[in-house]
Design a protein around this ligand. Structure first.
Ligand code: BMA
Length: 317
């Protein structure tokens, strides 16, 4: 991956002052990303000095210069969930037809749940469902149905990393209607002692002629030091996305720059948005399509890194 020369692309100073809660924010990171017509939309995770979380949409024509909304996202109907909600965060966005589906992590009293919302205009957001009745995060919906079913990758939270719930399995679930989801099987596991001991999906997978190209995050743990969050790539079978074809032995992006090494949580690159830099011609990306990866850096700011489909396929092989 090549870091963009404007990195860090978005940081706290770029967030408009929005009274009363976002007058002086602490951090902006882990954005969802999607193409919407001729625009690129990011959903920014913004934290204020109360360590409260807000989501702010941001719009761009070139993927580099963003116009950040002054209207934090409200999910209509989320109040029907039967528990107290603390934070809604780490959005991932998938387009299906003319509708944009947003998966989010929802912190509640006994852990985390995955929520699903939708929009067509990026102004009104309708909460649809709690996707799975288990503690989980990092849910990403595939951009098309496979065998007549909607598909999601998600990461059950089974272990603790310095008090943060984490996990070492990416699983797949299927649904006929996006609302009722049935867990299916494990797609991949963490590699004990290597760069991706703990894992979770990054952005939604992209369709290529070789398979579904998926960027995920891996965490290496270190006794007495901070954990290292990195990004890697995996290729999944087009018709059987629970099958791994190839997986990167090395990470493709790791904390190296000062804004990735130091901040609210040091040593973190957290990939959350991956889109072609130009509007694609069809459903399947060409090997030489350029890709923009948006990632959270040290839970403090946002970075942009570029690559091509070909380079990511090579990394998997
Ligand atoms: C993970 C999630 C992410 C965060 C990362 C690094 O467990 O909570 O939101 O960016 O840790 O702190």
């Amino acid at each position: 991956m090549k870091r963009h020369s404007r990195n860090p692309l978005i940081s706290r100073a770029d967030i408009p002052r929005i009274s009363p809660h976002l007058d002086d924010v602490s951090s902006v990171f882990n954005p969802g990303a999607v193409r919407w017509g001729d625009q690129i939309v990011l959903f920014l995770r913004v934290q204020n000095r109360g360590r409260e979380t807000f989501l702010l949409p941001a719009f761009s024509r070139d993927g580099v210069n963003f116009n950040i909304s002054t209207e934090p996202v409200r999910f209509l109907g989320i109040g029907r969930l039967p528990y107290r909600i603390y934070h809604i965060y780490d959005p991932r966005i998938t387009r299906l037809g003319d509708t944009y589906y947003i998966t989010v992590a929802i912190d509640m009293d006994d852990g985390c749940r995955i929520g699903l919302a939708r929009t067509t205009d990026f102004r009104e957001f309708e909460f649809m469902a709690e996707m799975l009745p288990e503690d989980a995060r990092n849910a990403v919906i595939f951009p098309e149905k496979i065998d007549g079913m909607y598909i999601v990758l998600y990461r059950p939270n089974r272990s603790s990393l310095d008090g943060v719930s984490s996990g070492s399995e990416i699983r797949i679930a299927v649904s006929p209607d996006l609302v009722k989801w049935t867990p299916h099987e494990t797609v991949m596991s963490g590699r004990f002692h290597y760069w991706d001991e703990f894992i979770g999906s990054g952005p939604p997978p992209l369709k290529t002629s070789k398979g579904w190209l998926h960027v995920y995050h891996g965490v290496a743990t270190h006794f007495g030091a901070s954990n290292i969050y990195q990004a890697g790539a995996v290729l999944l079978d087009l018709n059987h996305p629970e099958r791994v074809i190839a997986r990167s032995r090395y990470n493709i992006l790791e904390p190296r720059e000062p804004y990735e090494l130091a901040g609210q949580v040091p040593n973190v690159v957290f990939p959350s948005g991956l889109i072609p830099s130009q509007p694609p011609r069809g459903d399947t990306l060409d090997d030489d399509a350029e890709l923009f990866l948006y990632y959270g850096a040290a839970d403090t700011c946002i970075g942009l890194a570029t690559t091509t489909v070909r380079e990511l396929l090579e990394a998997c092989e």
